[in-house]
Design a binder for this molecule. Structure first.
Ligand code: XCC
Ligand code: SF4
Length: 629
């Protein structure tokens, strides 16, 4: 395997060469060394759920010791992936809700969007008249925290979905109750000797994933917007070329904005800036990686250093004083890479301590002080940089990011209605879809996966879609890929988009690929879909929409894909999930779900073919859409 063909990012290729010279091992080396992966694991046909196992299913041994067949084993594994993903997103949201409970006028965390909070509070039945905004915030935090463990009722957000969708959820019994309860139910049902029925296991997977999309992630996004600001269009740059040769480089990597917002503030502290100069640097340069990168670029235009597959390569530049991480998608390998350079690899969360890292706990109660200390550690490290070992690759691309639902509505309204309508609606977007100028909207989301070349499927599919007049909205590392490859430049419309989409982009001054945020911000996709469906009085599954995860890898991505399908949006995967061992699981996920929820999964590992399938299906949906709307 030629390492250089394992990524299409030219910066990554340069740094892979440097890594080899520096004697640093990366994911790409480990992938080559791993040669063939376990066939049982790939197919989902290995069970380790009890101590009698592991049981591997073969033609000669079609059942595990307890008698579980391959369908049960695959189904249980799949359900547990959904539970894992839901747990990760929702536990992130729980921390954000706790941060909301800490907001105060004098403290580190404040309410930036009072109107948004009041709107949400009213929606939740919280009395707002004549009340202090911080009292409202604390009550809202309590309500949100109850969503994790309330003994009765279902998610507080379901009522925002189209009525027809809600009926489907009720009928199928997939309305999520409390978030923690859904995760616990899956862990229980998949314990040895519990659920052994593939249909039920997938039904439980849907409900747990719904607790991710329509509960945890929604709390995460909405509360983050209220505390840190709803994203608005921002100019930024993306790829490792954003690192600066003469500045202290700090990379933030992970997921939770409560940490990153404070670090960003701390890098502006005059004393620390002065200290950086004392150390011989021109200043402090902060950039983000993975979803933290998405969060801070959406709100502040902070530069995107790179995506999931570039985390080790960032350190190989030899120019990073500190990599500060919190939770999720952090390679344990960073300890070893950091050891080869002067970089300080700083972990901050008790949930994600990593051997070999420097642990500096970040506590929301003491947020700013903690952040100052962490940044100081980075700044002091500048003097240890070995200039002879620095190589910052030149490539970077400009990008316009920050398209929250509000921002999209505002942008479209500005042109169509001339005067900005404060109560802006989704109507202009609906109109351009209805007229066929834009054929549909597709969310391209998710990770990088070493089973396919980094960034290839993302960029290929996005280009194909926009060429065919389909507006692309994107989150997660897909968004980083789009930014790196110039698809979020406004000029990309002229270069890559079809005539219809290009005209709309030019008219309303947006790029053809819209950055909607981090992975929890896939909840924004549910919001747009619901807004459109409610506006035209249809179900989400009637609309020309689709979701794609071309290079997905995490359990979180499995949960996202599953709740997107449960919401009535067809979802396309560029990497096969470990369910192939069960013909029944494939039949349900890629077929029968269509009858249940009006959407299903399609898998194809060839990006061109996958794009063609999506485009054809969008056109099919249009026929139906045009008929009834
Ligand atoms: Fe990227 Fe969120 Fe995937 Fe992790 S999981 S690799 S998109 S950072 Ni969302
Ligand atoms: Fe084997 Fe059944 Fe135990 Fe799984 S639960 S390891 S199939 S005995």
């Amino acid at each position: 395997m030629d390492k250089k063909l394992m990524t299409i990012d030219l910066n990554s290729r340069i740094l892979l060469e440097k890594a080899e010279k520096d004697g640093v091992e990366t994911m790409y080396d480990r992938k080559i060394a791993m040669k063939s992966q376990c066939g049982f694991g790939l197919q989902g046909g290995c069970c380790r759920i009890c101590g009698m196992g592991p049981c591997r299913i073969t033609p000669k041994t079609p059942r595990g010791l307890c008698g579980a067949d391959v369908h049960t084993i695959v189904g249980r594994n799949f359900a547990r992936m959904c539970a894992g993903g839901t747990a990760a997103h929702s536990d992130h949201a729980r921390d954000i809700a706790h941060t909301m409970a800490l907001t105060s006028r004098e403290g580190n965390y404040k309410i930036r969007e009072e109107e948004k909070l009041i709107e949400l509070a009213k929606d939740w039945g919280i009395e707002t008249e004549g009340k202090d905004i911080y009292d409202i915030a604390h009550e809202a935090a309590d309500v949100a925290l109850m969503e994790f463990g309330k003994p009765y009722g279902t998610s507080i957000f379901l009522k925002n979905a189209p009525a027809k969708r809600q009926e489907i959820w009720k009928k199928l019994d997939i309305e999520p109750r409390a978030i923690d309860r859904e995760i616990a139910t899956v862990m229980h049902s998949t314990h040895i000797g519990c659920c052994a029925d593939i249909d039920s296991l997938i039904n439980l997977s849907l409900r747990t994933s719904m607790a991710d999309g329509w509960q945890g992630s929604m709390i995460g996004t909405k509360f983050s917007d209220i505390m840190f600001g709803t994203p608005t269009p921002q100019q930024t740059e993306a790829n490792l070329g954003v690192l600066e040769a003469n500045q202290v480089n700090i990379i933030l990597h992970g997921h939770e904005p409560s940490l990153s917002e404070m670090i960003v503030l701390a890098t502006e502290d005059p004393e620390l800036v002065a200290l950086a100069k004392e150390m011989g640097a021109e200043g402090i340069n902060i950039s983000g990686m993975c979803c933290i990168g998405n969060e801070i670029t959406m709100r502040h235009g902070i530069k995107i250093a790179g995506d999931f597959h570039q985390q080790e390569l960032a350190l190989v530049t030899g120019a990073v004083e500190a990599m500060i991480v919190d939770v999720q998608c952090i390679f344990p390998a960073l300890s070893r890479v950091a050891d080869c350079y002067h970089t300080k690899f700083i972990t901050t969360s008790k949930k994600a301590k990593i051997t070999g890292s420097i642990y500096m706990e970040f506590k929301e109660e003491n947020a700013y002080q903690d952040a100052l200390q962490i940044v100081r550690e980075a700044v002091l490290n500048f003097k240890n940089r070995d200039k002879s070992r620095v190589l910052i690759p030149e490539l970077k691309s400009s990008a316009t990011v920050g398209y929250s639902v509000d921002a999209i509505i505002k942008q479209l309204d500005r042109v169509v209605n001339v005067e900005i309508d404060k109560q802006g609606t989704i109507k202009p977007l609906v109109d351009v879809i209805k007229s066929g100028t834009i054929r549909g909207v597709v969310g391209v989301v998710g990770c990088n996966n070493a089973r396919v070349a980094s960034n290839l499927a993302h960029t290929t599919i996005m280009k194909e879609l926009i060429k065919n007049d389909i507006l692309v909205i994107t989150t997660g590392c897909g968004a980083s890929a789009a930014a790196k490859f110039g698809l979020m430049k406004k000029s990309a419309a002229k270069k890559y988009a079809g005539k219809g989409l290009a005209t709309v982009c030019e008219l309303v001054d947006i790029p053809p690929v819209l950055h909607m945020g981090s992975c929890v911000d896939c909840s924004r996709i549910l919001d747009v879909a619901s807004a459109i469906a409610n506006f035209v009085d249809m179900d989400i599954s009637d609309l020309p929409l689709a979701g794609v995860a071309p290079e997905w890898m995490s359990e979180k991505a499995v949960a996202i894909g599953t709740y997107i399908v449960a919401s009535g949006i067809d979802t396309y995967l560029g990497v096969m999930p470990p369910v192939g061992g069960s013909s029944r699981a494939v039949e349900i996920l890629c077929g029968e779900l269509e009858d249940q929820v009006g959407a299903s999964f399609t898998v194809n590992e060839n990006p061109e073919e996958l794009a063609a399938l999506i485009i054809a299906d969008i056109e099919k949906k249009r026929v139906h859409f045009e008929k009834i709307y």
